[in-house]
Structures are given as C-alpha cells and as structure tokens.
Write a protein that binds this ligand. Structure first.
Ligand code: ADP
Length: 400
C-alpha cells in the first residue's frame, strides 16, 4: 500500500483545520486546529502527532501567520514535511459557482476566477482563498487542489436548482441552488452504496452538524439538496433559520426598521437552535429538553418535523426510498433525534432496530433486516474524501 500523504486544509474566517493523511489507508498522521486567528487573544494552536497534543498560543495575527505556525509545528513535532513533502495540498472551498464543478488544480488563473466568486459566498470563500494563498507561499513546489462543497451537486437537474424568480436573475446574478456539504454527502452516499452492495439506490443523506443539509442521491448522483444559493436555506441549523417565508425580511424591514446587514446577521447567526432556545449546541438543547425546558422541547420538535418533511419530499421526488444515512455531530451522536425522525417515517415501511440505534458507534445499521428502507449512521470523513480527490486528480489520466 502506498505511503503517499496529502495535507488537507480547511480555512475559515478565524480558524484553520488541517490533517496530514494517507489517502489509501485513511491513516491520519497529524492533525491540528488554529483558532481565534486575528483576534485580540493572539490565537491558539493545537497540533496532534504521534498520539501527542502540542498546544501554543499567540502571534496568530492572520492566515499567513497561522500557516507558518502549522509549518513550524510539523518541523518541531513531526511528521517531517521537508524530508517527505505531501504529494498534494487539498483545500476545502465552499463555493465553486457554476464555474468549478469538480476538483480543480490551483494556479493563478483559477485563483482569479475564485476571487470573482466571492460575492456568491462572502462569509466563506475569502477565508478559503486566504488559506490557499498562504499555502502556496509555504509549499510552492507541491500541487494544490480546490475541492468544492458545491461540486457533488453539479448533477442537480434544472427543476431542482431553478428558483421560480425572474429568469434573468440566474444569468445576471447567479441566482440558483448550488447546495453545500457536497464532499460529505458524496462520501456518505458512497459508503451506503458500499454497505448495501448496489449502486442503483435512492438515498437521503442527512448531514446534521452546526450546519445541516439533506441530499437526495439517486444512482450515486445528487438530484436534490436542501441548502440553496447559500447555506441558509433548508433544515433548522445551529444558528441559521433554514426555510422561512422569503417575505419575512421585508416585513421586518418595514415594521422593525431592520437593515440588510442586521437581517443577514439575524438569519445566519441568531436563528436556528440559538434563536429558538438561546443555545446553538444541540447537546445543550437535548439536556434542557430532558429537564423539561419547553423551548428546548419545542425546538427539537421543529427540527424533527423539518427533517421528516425533507425526507418525505425527496422520496417522492426520487420516486422511491432505499436508504437514509445520518451523519455530522448530531446525526452521529444523537439516537433520540434519529429515532424520532425514523418513527415518523413509518409510512415508508421503516422498522427501527432500537438497540442498534441506541448503541451506534461508527458505521451502524439502524433498521431491522425486514425494514423496507435501510437506515445507517455513517460518520462523515470530509478530509479523507478531499485527500482521495487529490490523488484521483493527480493520476495521469485525470484531465485538469
Ligand atoms: P460542524 O458542522 O462544525 O463540523 P459537527 O459536525 O461537529 O459540527 O456538529 C456539531 C453539533 O453536533 C453540535 O450541535 C453538537 O451539539 C452536536 N453534537 C456533538 N456531539 C453530540 C452528542 N454526543 N450528542 C448530541 N449532539 C452532539
């Protein structure tokens, strides 16, 4: 088995997550997190290698400083990247628009095109680009690739990606559904295919983390997904509202005098679980609900109903339903929510294996052998998917 290594980078507005891994085996050789980049605290850095954590603080003023700290941590604590450089650096990029529909090798032209997409994802893409620029400086000899959260959804049919708004908005302003979490939806749906042993499946993947999205996957291709032109649409999330009546912002502008910036912040950062309960962390909401907190209980009901409606709609859209997969922090770790969703989908002939659901650890089947739909927990692994995308793109047969 090859020992080639890929460095995967996920640069956010004030954080940088990374992993050095072997795409073949999936072995993680090192990983780390730089947080509070550019904040008055000076930032924090945790580098984990060889089973040991190495923590440091301060000096993380911007993304180049963060990347330099990552390089220094590899020098100091290993693995030694100068002796054996990674074969590629894979960057998670949130929005590829319609221009980037697959993994793309990064060069100056690609970077310029990416910058032009910033208006489509103003909260995410500029940070991703800062990570790419810093990594190009640090690893000038290593091929670097952009792996887009939108790419898996390039197969959406027009009926799923077109909004019923004036036609010209799409060509002039890029107004259409793009979908996100594509790397995760692809990884998880491919695992479902492998576990069931058949490619011709109608699967709904529920990625439930801080951001949440559902994806309808038919015969391995994304045919519908709940996030839209931006990650705001769809399911109830940690701080995002998901689906609302689009006239609500107009109403609030008129009656409460809220401006565009305030509405943007309110719907992206102060809504969802946080808006409903004051807590954006699902664990805290579950704890409060168990203690009888009415707002927390109501929030879980709202989250559940939205999920059930999406699964039902996607089953109808695909014409059948073979599998449901739960992933993300909430999907992987909250048996009560999974049970609540699956119980309400009994009309599809779903029979839950309650013991399996309660004790699920790693990839687990949640339904009985007789269940007409098979449900799973599949821990997502976006870093591995990104690393594998890089090795596929590096193969001589892969066109750029
Ligand atoms: P991100 O979307 O940032 O990658 P995660 O996938 O880690 O985030 O998901 C974070 C969410 O998962 C939080 O709402 C957190 O409360 C929830 N979560 C993590 N562990 C558990 C758990 N054991 N039980 C319930 N929820 C959990």
């Amino acid at each position: 088995m090859s020992t080639e290594r890929v460095l995967v980078l996920n640069a956010g507005s004030s954080s940088l997550k990374y992993q050095l891994l072997q795409p073949d085996s999936g072995a993680v050789l090192a990983k780390g997190l730089v947080e509070q980049i550019g904040e008055p605290s000076g930032g924090r850095h945790r580098h984990t290698a060889g089973g040991k954590d190495h923590e440091s603080t301060g000096g993380l003023v911007d993304m180049p400083a963060a990347l330099a700290a990552v390089g220094a941590a590899f020098d100091q604590h290993g693995p030694d990247l100068s002796a054996e450089p990674p074969i590629a650096v894979g960057h998670r990029v949130v929005h590829g628009g319609t221009r980037f529909q697959s993994t793309t090798r990064i060069d100056a032209v690609v970077l310029d095109t990416l910058r032009a997409l910033n208006p489509l994802a103003p909260l995410h893409n500029p940070a991703n680009i800062a990570g790419i620029e810093a990594a190009l400086e640090l690893f000038p000899q290593v091929p670097q690739f952009a792996i887009f959260d939108t790419a898996f959804h390039a197969t959406l049919p027009p009926a799923a990606y077109t909004y019923a708004v004036p036609r010209a908005w799409e060509s002039e302003h890029g107004v259409r559904r793009y979908g996100f979490h594509g790397t995760s939806h692809q990884y998880v749906s491919e695992r479902v295919t492998a576990l069931i042993g058949r490619p011709d499946l109608a699967t709904v993947v529920l990625h439930l983390g801080n951001g949440c999205s559902a994806c309808a996957v038919l015969d391995g291709r994304s045919v519908d997904t709940s996030m839209g032109m931006t990650p705001l649409e769809g399911l109830v999330m940690g701080t995002r509202c998901g689906d609302i009546d689009p006239a609500i912002p107009f109403h609030l502008a008129r009656t409460a005098g809220l401006g565009i910036g305030e509405l943007d912040t309110a719907l992206n950062k102060q809504s969802g679980l946080l808006g409903l309960t004051g807590d954006n962390d699902f664990r805290a909401v579950v704890t409060r609900a168990a203690a009888g907190d009415a707002a927390a209980r109501a929030a879980i009901d709202i989250v559940t109903l939205r999920l059930v409606k999406y699964v039902g709609a996607y089953a109808a859209g695909m014409g059948r339903l073979d599998a449901i997969a739960f992933t993300g922090g909430i999907g992987e770790h909250n048996p009560a929510l999974r049970a609540a969703v699956l119980e309400r989908l009994a009309l599809f002939g779903i029979e839950i294996d309650s013991a399996a659901n309660e004790s699920a650890e790693g990839e687990t089947r949640l339904t009985t052998p007789g269940s007409r739909v098979t449900a799973y927990v599949i821990p997502t692994n976006e870093e591995l998917q990104i690393a594998r995308e890089c090795t596929t793109a590096l193969r001589p047969s892969a066109g750029d």
